[in-house]
Design a protein around this ligand. Sequence first.
Ligand code: AMP
Ligand code: ZN
Length: 460
Amino acid sequence: MLKLYNTLSRKIESFKPIHPPEVGFYSCGPTVYDFQHIGNYRTYVGNDLLQRVLMLNGYQVRRVMNITDVGHLTSNADTGEDKLEKGAKREGKSVWEIAQFYTKDFFENLKQLSVITPGVICKATDHIKEMIDLIGELEKKGFTYQIEDGIYFNTAKLKDYGKLAKLDKKGLLAGARVEPVPGKKNSTDFALWKFSPKETKRQMEWKSPWGTGFPGWHIECSAMAMKYLGETFDIHSGGIDHIPIHHTNEIAQSEAATGKPFAKYWVHFAHLLVEREKMSKSLGNFYTRQDLQKKGFDMLSLRYLYLNTHYRTTMNFTWEALSGARRALERLKEKITEWQEAGKIALSEEEKYTTEFLQSINDDLNLPQALSVVWQMVDDKKLAPGEKIVNIKKFDEVFGLDLLTFSKTEIPQTVKELVKKREQVRKAKKWIESDRLRNEIEKMGYDVEDTKTQTTIKKK
Ligand code: AMP
Ligand code: ZN
């Protein structure tokens, strides 16, 4: 039985879908104004692991993910520039070109990270009508008001506003905080529809019953989640930064409109940090796929690195940790190659390890524990190589590390780098260091042959 931590109750709960075996699962997607960084990708891999664990438990997952291509402002307080318009200015392109370019890059990343593409991918700009209809419904029920800048949701009208974040509503509504938008009634009120500025023309704007403008950021997720999954569905996920504002407001506007619970389980992924600070665009402390590739890393090493930390624990990124993950992944693949070479494929799986593996992943996605089950199995002399292969094949349905498609002739990146380093020290005639590196390469299972002009390496 799968158990999941639900942010709504702050408890680990048994997972019981509304219409088994189907599971409706909505995850907040990227804002496509720039490259996403490896912090963002920790969250997307987290979503993928959850989907894979659900699938291994026999559920049919209908996963929906949005693409934010309009309406996400540079400040969460409904002020500042639209991130897409800002990206367009920065690069001298149209907003549509910007959205298309970064959406393409995003999916290339997901592919390289072995993330299963969600069944429904929906763009905000393709769902303006649904958003306008939802705002209309909220207006009919008396949850909205109009000010100079746009249509706002009145959070004082909703009894349980802020329940996800356990916001101290009384304190917030007292209005002690400075109001960034003139005319807002309560500091927690948020924009549903913003009017285009009078003096400038926006590249993306639409007519609405209230005036020409564009949607607020949160409304897209409510409109699209309900369109594709119904008014109440099973799981909604995103990074933990979404709890106090974005997800709180998604719940408010959806539940105000339908009078029904929005999502049953709320799953949130902890952040990736760099030098103990959240990796983020605004702090400039981020790395992208391109940065990793420049240093010779592939995305599956990054995926392996993510697996080492539980999804609700923050994780500090270092290049050393990434190198360590790459080495561990290479070692695992070497082992699998040895098992494959031993021939004899077994038909049954070894129960002890599969049971422990399933227990780990079903215990609120304890992937670090699942990895340690794998390493115990690697060292188990009693288990035949064929049985290990059958097990690992099953485990990899969740890990998604392409463990069985590894080419036997492929030379691991770590070995390639040692050889490169050795060539440099040989050129500098540092023979002791060169011998030390030869030893290291041999320990990894490769023979080194030097001729006058070049060095070749071969698997032992
Ligand atoms: P954005 O494009 O800014 O909306 O972010 C996309 C997703 O990445 C959201 O679900 C965020 O919560 C998540 N996210 C942002 N920064 C980090 C980080 N440093 N670590 C993990 N997830 C993050
Ligand atoms: Zn969202």
